[in-house]
Write a protein that binds this ligand. Structure first.
Ligand code: NAD
Length: 392
């Protein structure tokens, strides 16, 4: 069928197979244009089909030559419906990996479940023996626990109501949004979904199965951001979950011999998850404008290449005073945040394009679903059923 974008709120319900393939290829070409990374050789990526997880898998494989196992939670397409973009991304990733003789297998299922953990461990034991790196890059709205209880995460404050500017990206109009406070129960649920418990469960299960090399590295991703977004992020319900993730890194380091756990604080970028957070898309649009002007804007692949090549495997791992890797180092630079804050105060519906890169936001948003890739004919019929070789 001919596939066009269908945007509903902050998601797109269609995705383009050839566009996704082209985006994956562009990320692979990027890391291959840079010096190689002498790093981990057998890598598990949990949340590997989009955003930071996909970029991590691409960097591990195509910059480091690693064998990769990816855990994804995606849907195949049929004659009437496209697959999820993560499905197409993974199909393309495996195709390109096979062409270079790189081992790449995928498990499609709920990463929180014991069944998926066992399936991955069986795969490691059979194919790789042990692994030397685990990337934890899940961004999920809910989690079903062992006893069947469903926990749902919320994006709310932890204080009172909070009102600030936001943008309706469709109409490109600014308005005010009020974010309400999460209840204790909602905070507990958010920590359960996006905190570190499941990360630790993975490490515990891998260690118990003797599937981790001595000196294995594990990294989970976090965000801090400027005070401008603290009420909704850093001090909000999601921030509580991230605080738990940071605490979990310390626990993993103390409780599991031979495992080095890190939290990498990454840059704010357009992904399916960040698009859902109130206030943040306007912040990202302003940030993009400023960082592009200064020539230091990065997307997921540039961030993850720099993380692997310079921070994780470039010698001693540089850490901040609280033991975290700071990939948001350029975003948080004083000159950049000063300009963001000035722009935030001045922006209005009359000057929005002067201060915010709304086109850049939309370009990145559409690219998440495979739209806007160079060289793809979006008016042509396309096959919506794509095979992920290791799943068929
Ligand atoms: P994303 O939505 O692009 O990717 C999330 C991935 O998790 C997808 O591959 C999805 O399929 C997978 N996933 C979700 N639920 C799953 C489940 N139950 N089982 C298996 N896989 C599942 O998100 P992202 O923005 O790349 O976020 C990844 C991590 O990076 C998160 O921890 C996020 O907080 C963090 N982070 C994001 C930003 C940002 O601005 N986007 C900034 C800093 C840190």
């Amino acid at each position: 069928m001919v596939v066009k974008p269908k945007v509903r709120g902050f998601i797109c319900t269609t995705s383009h197979p050839e566009g996704c393939r082209a985006e994956v290829k562009a990320q692979i070409d990027y890391v291959k244009s840079k010096p190689r990374t002498d790093g981990a050789k057998k890598v598990l990526v949990i949340g590997a089909s989009m955003g930071y997880g996909l970029a991590s898998r691409i960097t591990a494989a195509f910059s480091g030559g690693a064998a990769t196992i990816g855990v994804i939670f995606d849907k195949q397409g049929d004659e009437k419906r496209t697959a999820s973009s993560g499905w197409y991304n993974t199909a393309a990733f495996e195709e390109f990996a096979a062409a270079e003789g790189l081992y790449a297998k995928t498990v499609n299922g709920d990463a929180y479940s014991e069944a998926v953990k066992n399936q991955v461990i069986d795969m490691i034991k059979k194919d790789l023996g042990k692994i030397d790196m685990v990337i934890y890059s899940l961004a999920a709205p809910r989690r079903t626990d062992k006893d069947g209880t469903v926990y749902t995460s919320v994006l709310k404050t932890t204080g009172g109501d909070y009102t600030n500017k936001t943008i309706d990206l469709k109409t490109r109009q600014l308005s005010e949004v009020t974010v309400t406070a999460a209840t204790d129960e909602e905070i507990r649920h958010t920590v359960k979904v996006m905190g570190g418990e499941d990360w630790k469960d993975w490490i515990k299960a891998l260690k118990a199965a003797d599937a981790l090399d001595d000196g294995a590295v594990t990294v989970a991703y976090s965000y801090i951001g400027p005070s401008l977004t603290h009420s909704i992020y850093f001090d909000g319900s999601i921030g509580r979950a991230k605080a738990h993730l940071h605490k979990t890194a310390d626990e993993i380091n103390t409780e599991f011999d031979g495992v080095n756990a890190y939290v990498s604080v990454n840059k704010a970028l357009v992904t399916q998850s960040s698009a859902a957070i109130p206030v943040v898309p306007l912040y990202i649009s302003i940030l993009y404008k400023i960082m592009k002007k200064k020539g230091n804007h990065e997307g997921c692949i540039e961030q993850m290449y720099r993380l692997f090549n310079e921070k994780l495997f470039g010698g001693d791992v540089p850490l901040d005073s609280e033991g975290r890797i700071r990939m948001d180092d350029w975003e948080m630079r004083e000159d950049i945040q000063k300009e963001v804050s000035d722009a935030w105060n001045k922006i209005s519906n009359d000057n929005i394009n002067e201060y915010a890169d709304i086109d850049g936001y939309w370009d990145d948003f559409y690219k998440l679903f495979g739209f806007g890739a160079v060289g793809v004919d979006y008016d042509a019929e396309t096959e919506t059923i794509a095979e992920i070789p290791s799943l068929s």
